[in-house]
Design a protein around this ligand. Structure first.
Ligand code: PGA
Length: 251
């Protein structure tokens, strides 16, 4: 019913030569876009090179963007600029941007409609720190993130949005949430969408799990009813692994 979506998040990895080697290795190996959305979210410096070579079955995403189209914002990249490169997705509100670069839910709330205005599908990241998981406040935290982040989006846009549940304690730590924990949180997010919008919107939105996803654990995660895909950091850097991870979504 919901098409799976597997997205790599390269973070600050890969020179231009590395990125070209990756795309030549994967481009003819990915399954049809009719069956699974395959996305690579890469550094700004290689977006154009990747878009030119993305082929039929891969789409390219950015990892962040500003909400304005242009202006005196030194060092920033706008959704209009990304659109002009042929970029199809952008990660928005990744925990590394929230925690290390002071990105706020209020800024994220402006970025989401700005992305849609430029035909860019946002992959909105939400998720809790370890202490919020341990003290039982993770649901309150995620609900609050969603209420603020989505405040400017109609249900029609939310249906096209992708949300990634990324528990911060599982990112880059090798500690994956168990499939049950990940599914419970993705189901909780779907329930919040139903409360904020309606059942139809909740049934349509695609929710990924992210945090130490790798070849060894993707099958168990994808088998869960509320998990529609994965946002993958480290393991997405290796071309053969990325192909295997995308193919796992077909099972
Ligand atoms: P990881 O990163 O797969 O390396 O844990 C996931 C993410 O940050 O999106």
């Amino acid at each position: 019913m919901r098409k799976p979506i597997i997205a790599g998040n390269w973070k600050m990895f890969k020179t231009r030569d590395d990125a070209l080697a990756f795309i030549y290795a994967v481009v003819n190996e990915l399954p049809s876009i009719d069956l699974v959305d395959s996305v690579v979210c890469a550094p700004f410096t290689v977006l154009r090179d990747l878009v030119k070579r993305q082929g039929e079955n891969l789409r390219i995403g950015a990892q962040n963007m500003h909400f304005e189209e242009q202006g005196a914002f030194t060092g920033e990249i706008s959704p209009m600029m990304l659109q002009s490169l042929g970029v199809s997705y952008s990660v928005i509100g990744h925990s590394e941007r929230r925690d290390m670069f002071g990105e706020t839910d209020e800024a994220i709330a402006k970025k989401l409609p700005a992305a849609f205005n430029h035909n860019i599908t946002p992959i909105l990241c939400v998720g809790e720190h370890l202490n919020e998981r341990e003290n039982g406040s993770w649901q309150d935290l995620i609900r609050k993130q969603l209420i603020i982040d989505l405040q400017n989006l109609s249900s029609d846009l939310v249906k096209k949005l992708v949300i990634a549940y990324e528990p911060i304690w599982a990112i880059g730590t090798g500690k994956t949430a168990t499939p049950e924990i990940a599914d419970e949180a993705c189901g909780f997010i779907r329930g919040c969408i139903r409360d904020l919008y309606d059942q139809e919107t909740a049934d349509a939105i695609r929710i990924q799990y992210g945090g130490s996803v790798k070849v060894a654990n993707i099958d168990a995660l994808m088998a869960q009813p509320n998990i529609d895909g994965a946002l993958i950091g480290g393991a997405s850097l290796v071309a053969e692994d990325f192909i295997t991870l995308v193919k796992a979504a077909l099972k």
